[in-house]
Design a protein around this ligand. Structure first.
Ligand code: SF4
Length: 274
């Protein structure tokens, strides 16, 4: 067989294996989505259960639960009513979840303002991992937003731009899930130092889990290297925190990793995690 034919056969075998793996979880996914969504009070009680199980003696204590214990609890408790948020700065968080919940939904906020590298990372993740990527889009395209609010809203009113392109679409997309998993880490910013491992998200009305909260950036990169996980090439090009292109600048070595986000503006968070 020629090397071209061998490569083609290998690609076909890989695709067949992915299809079989997706089909293997289809019944479980269907059954999890067939039951009614738990009530707010039931979800609040499950958030309290998670807090009790994993918070140990408090934020940063050595007896806090580990990421894999927490993800295992999420898989057993919520199954496919779970959403994983991913900015495509790296695929570490989805990688930690895909073993417990294969083909879990991964929500990617497709704001229309991403770096080409971020969109490339999104496509690599979709084509190589056992995940279901869901592009979460704003009600208006960028062109429609320009017409309604004037061009480059991000430069004049980034709070409104984030509200329209990130927060409102995310809230709408979370309404049928029971839990969302985020990659928020305490070392990312002073606003994140008290991030709990499990909590109830009052704003969106579901359980919120932050299994990597205690990790440092080095631990994250170490996990990625050890497990051959896709990372956005910008991470190694001066962008330790990656958001929309117009609102993300390069950061000098040793600077606050998030100082490149909305640089020069009185804004440090898009609002998703505050
Ligand atoms: S990060 Fe910037 S471009 Fe992206 S939604 Fe927020 S303000 Fe708009």
């Amino acid at each position: 067989m020629s090397s071209l034919a061998e490569a083609r056969a290998a690609a076909l075998a890989r695709e067949a294996a992915r299809t079989a793996s997706r089909e293997a979880i289809a019944e479980q996914r269907k059954s999890d989505w067939a039951r009614p969504r738990r009530s707010t009070e039931e979800l609040r009680a499950l958030a309290r259960e998670g807090e009790e199980l994993f918070s140990g003696s408090g934020i940063g204590a050595v007896d806090e639960g580990s990421y894999d214990q927490i993800i295992d609890w999420v898989a057993r408790t919520f199954g496919y009513r779970t959403a994983v948020a991913c900015s495509m700065a790296d695929a570490v968080l989805p990688h930690t979840v895909q073993g417990a919940i294969p083909w879990v939904d991964v929500l990617f906020l497709e704001t229309g303002y991403h770096f080409a590298e971020t969109l490339g990372t999104r496509n690599n993740v979709e084509n190589s991992m056992e995940l279901t990527i869901v592009d979460v889009q704003a009600a208006q395209s960028v062109a429609e937003q320009d017409t309604a609010h004037g061009k480059d809203l991000w430069s004049r009113n980034p709070a409104l731009c984030c509200q329209l392109r990130k927060m409102e679409p995310l809230t709408a997309s979370l309404k049928d899930y029971e839990v969302w998993i985020t990659g928020v880490r305490r070392d990312e910013a002073p606003t994140r130092t008290n991030t709990p491992l499990v909590t109830f998200d009052e704003k969106n009305g579901l359980v919120k889990v932050n299994p990597l909260a205690a990790w440092s950036l080095d631990e994250l990169l170490g996990y990625a290297a050890a497990n051959n996980v896709i990372i956005n090439p910008l991470l190694n090009d001066g962008y330790p925190s990656i958001g929309c292109q117009p609102c993300t600048k390069r950061v000098a070595p040793g600077e606050d990793p998030r100082s490149g986000r909305w640089a020069g503006l009185d804004k440090t968070e898009c609002g998703l995690h505050v």
